[in-house]
Design a binder for this molecule. Sequence first.
Ligand SMILES: Nc1nc2c(c(=O)[nH]1)N[C@H]1C(S)=C(S)[C@@H](COP(=O)(O)O)O[C@H]1N2
Ligand SMILES: [Mo]
Length: 426
Amino acid sequence: MGQQTDMKSQASLNSLSRRKLLLGGVGTAAVMLGVDIPFLSNLPKGLQLAAFAGDAETLMDDETLIAARPGMTVLNRRPINMEATAHLLDDVVTPAAKLFVRNNGTLPDYDDHPAEGWTLTIDGEVDTPLRLTTADLRRDFEVVKKRLWIECGGNGRKYYEPGASGNQWSLGAVGCPEWTGVRLKDVLNKAGVKPSAVYTAHHSVDGHLSGDPAKVPISRGVPIDKAMTEDCLIAFEMNGEALPVLNGYPLRLIIPGWPGSCSQKWLKRIQIRDKVHDGTKMTGNAYRMPAYPVSPGTEVPKEDMVIIHEMPVKSLVTFPVTGSRTAVGKAFEVRGHAWSGQGDVTRMQVSVDFGASWRDAELDPPQNKFAWQQWRADITLEKAGYYEVWARATDHTGIAQPSVVPGWNPKGYLNNMQHRIAVFAI
Ligand SMILES: Nc1nc2c(c(=O)[nH]1)N[C@H]1C(S)=C(S)[C@@H](COP(=O)(O)O)O[C@H]1N2
Ligand SMILES: [Mo]
């Protein structure tokens, strides 16, 4: 611990811009450590210094962390909220630099809560409360790796009319990294869930924007049945590296298929409750939808607002970028991803005539349950002019994406309207 504190003070002493430190890689590591590294030239290329593994980002300020995701659209800096544009999301496995960030508060203070020695407490309606370090998790439970998409419940909010308050996400508050962690259910089984268990409650150490330590930015939970499914993870790695600070370093939940808000970052405690959790953003209209369709602008009685569970079927066109040009009469590839909180996507279709006719695209099965699926289609435009490619996914329940904004709701959640890109044939 002493060494980490030293590193921090060294880092804050030196006058180099932190962005340079970040982008400079290992060469600037000596500057950051504040000491010479005699054998630095022997360090195999691509290998990080052990002193930095995972911790380097905790030394960086918000602006440096934002700058490390170039091309992302920054909606807010306090709290940090940033999203990708569709064509940035072309990778099958979303790299950290292209993953959206949705913070409700300020980043944890890693001086008060150092990653080394970080513990996760499991308590409440369990037989044996547990307190586990990341090392305990790795040692005592099966470590699994899964590609799981995560999407903010408010992705697409911007297109609702009348508009809803909250981040005006367009399409890019979604991504599908590969997570390494342990199954939430294995950990809960070790603690022994009592028959009285109804809901989980997730607790973290990010700060409330007001600065009031008694307030928390977000604390959500899920029904115990969802928590006990095969696919929920307590994750400590993303894409084979320690979690990025912005995405929950050193520990987070991934509750696949449900709104991203269930996937608590900087996870410190999972409390098992004997009733539906009433933490911050569990009550009021937060992450709730009207129990029945309402006309735009309706004020829905509180008791008719229900907690969102599964996210709807959705897809993106990630290539080509909207506004691209293509040669008349020559085939070009259109591709992207599709996903659904209900399970697998079973059909993917594209239209180039504003939805009048559709043809099937090729669709891959998911790498694992809740991994987004890749699709592609070859398209030939026979006449010069302006076209739009519309993409439509259908999931195994037979539900397809709508061509227009779906059911209006007070907080602008669950917009799974078809994605459209413009293409000029010349
Ligand atoms: N502790 C904590 N966990 C959190 C949040 C937060 O603000 N604080 N935001 C939630 C919301 S609303 C979403 S959509 C996801 C976003 O995950 P990401 O920032 O890693 O993409 O994290 C969730 N977990
Ligand atoms: Mo979210």
